[in-house]
Design a protein around this ligand. Sequence first.
Ligand code: PHE
Length: 468
Amino acid sequence: MSKSNEAWGSRIGLILAMAGNAVGLGNFLRFPVQAVQNGGGAFIIPYLVCFVLMGIPLLFIEWSSGRYGGKFGNHSTPYILDSMVKGRVLKYIGVFGIFTNIAVVSYYAYIESWTMSYVFHSLKGTFVGMSQSEVAGFFDSYIDIAHSTTGIPYEAVLFYILCLSINVYILSKGLKGIEKVAKIGMPLLILFGVILAVRGYTLGTSGASEMFPDANAWDGLNFLWTPQYSSLLDLKVWMAAAGQIFFTLSVGMGTIHCYAAYLKSKDDIALNAVSAGFMNEFVEVVLGSAIVIPIAAGYLGLDWVLNNAGFGMAFQTMPYLFQQWGPILAAIGGFMWFGLLFFAGITSSLAMGTPWMGFMRDEFGWGSNKGAWTFGALALVMGLPTVFFFKQGVFDEYDYWAGTVSLVVFAMMETILFSWIFGLKKGWREITDGADIKVPNFYKYIIKYVTPLMLIVVFLGALFSPLN
Ligand code: PHE
């Protein structure tokens, strides 16, 4: 085993990298759609409950497991879990987590590559003068690889390879590379997000909506944020909320363990974990719900949003809406929106590379270079089916099995391991050792009883009533 002497350069670098890991495409593309599809305000209470009872405990568990395993010179989930409790089975659970990362990054980086291409097209002025259906048609053509008429043959494939190469290049620079991207990308993302959100809030009404003729951006927000208590009894809404919490916080995949393995043994966990988690929630709940839905509601009306809420809105509709601002502002709007998505995406896809790279280092002593290139090659092979057969639903299958079910399974096993096998006595010491805040004592009971129980319920629920 080769212990690398890499470490986080600064506390702010660590927090931004961890927040970048969490803040991702999920915050802007997945959250608003999940919210609308699960009844708007109906979603928010289950969502917040899942955040407090599963999200925060899992952050504590993953951060402290990572720091613990790092003390023994480990960099990857199989070795970290193994250092907590000896036994082959746990190693296999860790390896399972590595495959999840490769499967998720293979489709995640594809969406990330669209954002690069859309930055390019926004600046180039491709969407100028297009009607709403033409902008939507451009997207359909873009993902229809063989018949694409975007002007660049095999454009989606080229951008996908370019996007993976950029990821590989940064990963090959090791931890320093990840930290640098987070330090540049996260502040820019927040800046762009705030500007676009303010624009969203200040939109008047276009009168386009038949059902709500005066609807403006605020109505879009009201729809999302007016709580509906009836949903509390709806199991499907709870499943969706739990799934979103896992995905958005990046728990259940091992990326947090791998980042935390580079902490020093007395570094704070409690405050750092909570800071990164809350930063993610700010971006998701405040910015994630303040851009697509309000701008679309402002221009096209709330009934349009309700009927069309979907993941494609970001690409099929936003470039058209930006055109209403005139060609120059539209280019700037497109640059900021897709640039924001790109930074959100890359700081997450980089994280997904670290479990594989860490494992290769622990197992074979590979350095960052070799680890990063093999990771890129694997992601490419795994990702090509999504690229070529996106329309046939490959994406949804990957997102369901890798991006939803696997996270719950992994989270359930690691929680049981942490609370019951490693033991919460030791676990609590790991969480609170060196902590800069006092973690309330009742979290001990939550982590021991409530979180595992909820995870088992979610797991059984996911088995018997698939989300998609
Ligand atoms: N949290 C990221 C997002 O919201 C996705 C992610 C999941 C990243 C798991 C790393 C690990 O987009």
